[in-house]
Design a protein around this ligand. Structure first.
Ligand code: XMP
Length: 525
């Protein structure tokens, strides 16, 4: 458990798909919170955590199921406000003497409208305005099979919907609140307001700011590391860069960064990263130019998984080799983010299908017998960007699109050659330049060019060409898990295709990829 000096809110996770969003809404309110699965929270944990308020998440179970997830013993006696959401409401009523029902007419999925009852309570401050054009009802997002059919003693009803007679309920005396819908999702427009009201009623000061986080993180890094040495794999991406700058601020030259150049980087990328960290931040940095090693090993390989595994294996080997030269580093720094570490409760238990073997340095700490320093473990991606700004990293660097560990290898379907990589680098640079010139860079989650394993015939001047075809990709996304292709105008696409073909020798045809994810993935391999 993280030790924090801030007011703390505990989210007890019953396995909802959207529990992370509850944490997100709370962080927007500068409230410090942690998510813990229901079956890992016991009375001792509650005492040690000392929450100022508790939230029960939703979840896929039914209180009628054998072994249904239950709240930890003692939670209702803590004397702190509790908010139950969806399954969290049902389980709260079930435990406190109310009733839950299943069967015809108890389910509700998707958009629903809640109307107020005559009872009022500050938990609904800002809700049910009659002058906002909705006639005093509020849109909410429902996703439930069972529903509460009798509220527990001491509760009153504040809002109802067609299939949830107890859509919003409160026990004002004990400060227990319970709603059947999901206030954390975007489709409940006043959901954020409900969380704001809840934390205000619970007495949170909203003291979890980026400046406070920075100071606390620096103190913790110093405490953890002492006078030992730390190495950090720098990829040039935002996460590892912010982690490196933060750790450097904490322990100075006890940190050495290792930047592995596998020959699969974008145009000018290696120089930019090395200049910024070595010259601007004055950090000890090993620039490991291993392009011959990687490109040699990839020669003749066209299977995407073999490519990924080859790069992953070599990366670990090279990193280990250079880390040894630092001389006795006992800590490895990683830019692991909050969504990577949240343990969500698995009710199905089955492993998910591997779509792609993602490249990371996951196996490194065990293999090298090192301890981990992960100062970004509590942050979401946009919070990492805010911390980067707080640390003075340039905006242009912080706002960079994600770039995958295996680099251009997975944007070059089929065999990888130096010639193809060179064409790809130059074409990608023109494409990104176009996007920046049209002011679209920040609207797009990720954009890149890929070189296709085919040549096509064209005519330029009076001559025949037989050159490579290029695919352009641009997507919008929130987390990379799902994505939509970006709707460029035809003018933009036409102008970009013309520029690429005119400026990059070796390309005579350009396609735009209009596949969303799913069914496609963002990268081509
Ligand atoms: P896909 O292609 O799986 O990509 O839809 C989703 C996001 O992940 C990035 N990506 C990777 N990032 N190592 C990484 O660090 C990888 O092996 C890797 N593969 C894909 C991809 O660029 C996109 O942002």
């Amino acid at each position: 458990m993280t030790q924090s000096t801030h007011d703390r809110l505990l989210i007890i996770d019953f396995g909802s798909q959207v529990t992370q969003l509850i944490a997100r809404r709370l962080r927007e309110l500068s409230v410090y919170c942690e998510i813990h699965p229901f079956n890992r929270v016991d009375e001792a944990f509650l005492t040690a955590f000392a929450p100022k308020a508790v939230i029960f998440s939703g979840g896929p179970a039914s209180v009628f199921a054998e072994g249904a997830p239950m709240p930890p013993k003692g939670v209702f006696d803590l004397g702190v406000p509790i908010l139950g959401i969806c399954y969290g409401q049902q389980v709260m009523m079930h435990c406190l003497g109310g009733k839950v029902e299943r069967g015809h007419g108890t389910a509700e999925f998707g958009r629903a409208y809640v109307t107020p009852t005559p009872a009022t309570h500050p938990i609904l401050s800002g809700w049910f305005d009659t002058d906002d054009g909705h006639g005093g009802r509020e849109q909410v997002w429902m996703s439930h099979g069972d529903h509460v059919s009798e509220i527990a003693p001491g509760f009153q009803v504040l809002g109802t919907s067609p299939n949830a007679p107890f859509a919003i309920t409160a026990n004002p005396e004990r400060h227990f609140y319970a709603v059947q819908f999901h206030p954390e999702v975007h489709h409940t427009p006043k959901g954020a307001k409900l969380y704001e009201n809840f934390v205000r009623l619970a007495g949170f000061k909203g003291d979890w700011t980026m400046g406070a986080y920075r100071e606390e993180a620096i103190r913790k890094i110093r405490e953890q590391v002492g006078d030992q040495k730390v190495i950090c794999g720098l990829s040039g991406g935002v996460d590892s860069s912010v982690a490196a700058v933060l750790i450097h601020e904490a322990i100075g030259d006890q940190l050495t960064c290792v930047f592995v150049d596998h020959g699969l980087l974008r145009l000018g990328e290696a120089e930019q990263v090395v200049t910024m960290f070595r010259d601007h931040y004055n950090m000890p940095l090993i620039h490991a130019d291993e392009s011959d090693l990687f490109l040699g090993a990839l020669d003749g390989i066209s299977d995407p998984e073999v490519k990924r595994k080859t790069i992953g294996r070599l990366f670990i080997e090279v990193f280990e080799k250079h880390a040894k030269s630092v001389g006795g580093a006992t800590f490895l720094a990683q830019g692991t983010l909050y969504p990577d570490v949240i343990e969500s409760v698995s009710f199905s238990g089955g492993p998910s299908v591997t779509i792609k073997s993602h490249h990371n340095v996951g196996g490194l700490p065990e293999k090298m017998g090192m301890k981990l320093v992960e100062p970004l473990r509590e942050l979401f991606k946009d919070e990492v960007r805010a911390l980067g700004r707080e640390l003075g990293l340039p905006d242009a660097f912080i706002g960079r699109h994600p770039f995958p560990g295996p680099g251009l290898a997975i944007r070059c379907p089929g065999e990888i050659t130096r010639e193809k990589l060179d064409i790809l680098r130059r074409a990608d640079a023109v494409y990104i330049d176009q996007i920046r010139k049209h002011g679209l860079y920040d609207e797009i989650w990720q954009a890149f060019a890929a070189i296709l394993p085919m040549r096509t015939v064209g005519v330029m001047g009076d001559g025949r060409t037989y050159d490579y075809a290029l695919a352009l990709r641009a997507v919008t996304s929130v987390d990379g898990m799902t994505a939509d292709y970006y709707p460029f105008t035809h003018e933009f696409l036409g102008e970009t295709a013309t520029r690429i073909i005119n400026e990059v020798q070796g390309v005579n045809r350009v396609f735009y990829d209009c596949t969303s994810k799913p069914p496609g993935t963002i990268e081509l391999e």
